[in-house]
Design a binder for this molecule. Structure first.
Ligand code: 5GP
Length: 120
């Protein structure tokens, strides 16, 4: 059901073919600044394994990968200092307007955000 394309841009970042601005890294996840930030804090947290989406990751990643991923999310929240609040977004496939087919969690904050979701 979930076909992973290893030519996607985040796979290239994981291989070191494309540079990134790393915020945090552990054995199972990499977190880096979004190239087109939508707020003062806009970090992408991605698993190192080949998962296309949140539902793929939740269904198929090992417990160690899942714990490692969310440990990275926790570290990113601490490092970026988003104590006042933030938004975590996992755009998924067509209806979710996902551009990059490697699971990523947007951590967006550092300022007051608007309400979700704009009419579409
Ligand atoms: P999506 O729409 O798939 O949820 O979001 C993909 C995100 O990846 C976008 O916010 C976009 O700015 C970001 N992005 C795309 N290419 C690159 C890149 O080469 N480097 C970084 N750091 N972010 C990227």
């Amino acid at each position: 059901m979930f076909d992973y394309d290893d030519q996607n841009i985040f796979a290239k970042i994981l291989r070191g073919d494309i540079p990134n601005s790393t915020v945090f890294e552990n054995e199972f996840a990499l977190a880096f600044n979004d190239i087109q930030p939508q707020a003062a804090v806009h970090v992408l947290v991605i698993p190192k394994g080949p998962y296309v989406s949140l539902d793929h990751f939740a269904a198929a990643a090992s417990p160690e990968e899942q714990v490692g991923f969310f440990a990275a999310v926790s570290e990113v929240c601490t490092i970026t200092g988003v104590k006042a609040g933030f938004r975590a977004i996992a755009n998924t496939r067509g209806h979710g307007v996902q551009d990059v087919p490697h699971f990523h969690l947007h951590i967006i904050g550092g300022q007051q955000l608007g309400r979700m979701l704009p009419a579409g």
